[in-house]
Design a protein. Structure first.
Ligand SMILES: [Zn+2]
Length: 413
């Protein structure tokens, strides 16, 4: 990894720091049980704000080729996501008038959960994702999927083969694409003249307000506002005509865009309203983003103090959710397998591995009943309610939940 000295959008020098998270392991690079007993590689994790265009981005980002060719997250595992995708497909078919003659394309289609919802409504679909294991699963489930990195070249090849989208969906992928401009040029190429682009990204405003410091990791290169994303899309001829704020990932933006020259949908007032909220919060000033560093210090300090106390009391602490934000928080707080016995996770793809850096083992949720921990640390706070509901049984032995962010709370089960 080499430090990026110029903004990935406007090429101005990156000199303004929002938060320095120190040296951290790659958050999604799970470690096998028989890996040699040597420290996992760590890389500097520093969030910068471009003083010229306000794009929030990492100074050093992980190479997507090393990360996404084998991916350990399957969309279908989360009941919340299945529900989210069902609502989205119903809305989109209705609002954009999709028919059996249309094509819905999804970039970062994972195991095909979202596209499957469109196929169920009789709409032709095509997925694109670089991870061979999840695309194989998607095809097994009957979702046509291309195993490829998305960008201008892939989109141009698809267009040459007569495949362009009436609806192009890119949910939670844009923030992970270091070659931002190649990616958005791909959007413009992949979209039919009257097509609609739907993008979902975590909203940097929610991140700042909610002290979501653990959403910072090397695979998450960009932290977007509507203010900036509108400019990025405009640079490739795409015009945002609607925006919605969503509760997903602790607060996300869904932007709808079309070709500036040929799109036909009128702009709604929502974009101006969201941008006004961003400006009211100071997102138009680079120095506003420094509150991230204060949030990080508070959340990490709170968890560290809790783990020290638990150890002093001889309490058994387990965690739930082997996702990237868990890796970040556990490593930043200096947790290890002495302080946290294991991380439970429902995904069979993660069980039997260890968390990067801190090397805490990942096990099936069943283990909770055998070990009966005093505390269950819920790492993915964005789906904390779903996790607490599924593990309410820890109340049988007076186990308690611990929610680390934005301020650590202990909740009876
Ligand atoms: Zn810039």
């Amino acid at each position: 990894m080499t430090p990026q000295v110029a903004c990935r959008f406007c090429a101005a020098g990156l000199t303004c720091e929002a938060c320095d998270c120190g040296d951290q392991p790659l958050a999604n690079s799970l470690v096998s049980m028989d890996a040699p007993d040597v420290p996992d590689p760590r890389f500097p994790l520093r969030v910068m704000v471009c003083s010229a265009c306000l794009l929030v981005q990492l100074e050093q980002a992980a190479d997507p080729g090393a990360m996404f060719t084998e991916y350990s997250y399957m969309s279908s595992v989360s009941a919340f996501w299945r529900d989210h995708t069902a609502r989205f497909s119903a809305m989109a078919v209705d609002r954009f008038g999709l028919t059996a003659e249309s094509l819905v394309m999804e970039v970062g289609s994972n195991d095909g959960t979202l596209l499957g919802a469109f196929a169920g409504r009789g709409i032709p679909i095509l997925g694109i994702d670089p991870a061979a294991n999840v695309t194989a699963e998607a095809r097994r489930r009957g979702v046509p999927t291309l195993t490829a990195f998305f960008g201008e070249r892939t989109a141009t090849e698809l267009a040459a083969g007569g495949r362009q989208a009436d609806l192009l969906v890119a949910n939670n992928v844009l923030a992970h694409a270091p070659a931002l401009m190649d990616f958005v040029r791909g959007f413009a190429r992949a979209l039919k003249p009257a097509g609609v682009l739907s993008i979902e990204v975590p909203h940097v405003l929610a991140m700042l307000k909610g002290a979501q410091f653990d959403t910072i990791y090397h695979e998450h290169v960009f932290y977007f506002s509507a203010l900036v994303l509108r400019k990025v899309l405009a640079a490739v001829g795409l015009a945002v005509f609607d925006v919605e704020t969503l509760p997903t990932h602790g607060g996300s933006l869904r932007l709808l865009a079309q070709h500036a020259g040929t799109g036909q949908r009128p702009a709604t007032p929502a974009l101006d309203q969201v941008i006004k909220a961003e400006i009211d919060a100071g997102l138009h000033r680079p120095e506003s983003y420094r509150i991230l560093a204060d949030a990080a210090a508070r959340v990490v300090g709170g968890l560290r103090a809790f783990l020290d106390q638990a150890r002093a009391d001889g309490a058994v602490v387990a965690a739930y959710g082997a996702a990237a934000k868990g890796t970040m928080l556990l490593n930043a707080a200096g947790a290890d397998s002495e302080t946290i016995v294991f991380v439970a996770d429902a995904s069979p793809l993660k069980q039997g591995y260890r968390m990067p850096g801190c090397r805490i083992p990942i096990v099936a949720p069943d283990r909770l009943k055998a070990v009966r921990p005093d505390f269950l640390l819920v790492l993915p706070w964005n789906i904390a309610d779903e996790i607490m509901e599924a593990t309410r049984f820890i109340g049988a032995w007076s186990g308690q939940f611990v929610i680390p962010s934005p301020v650590l709370r202990v909740i009876a089960a």
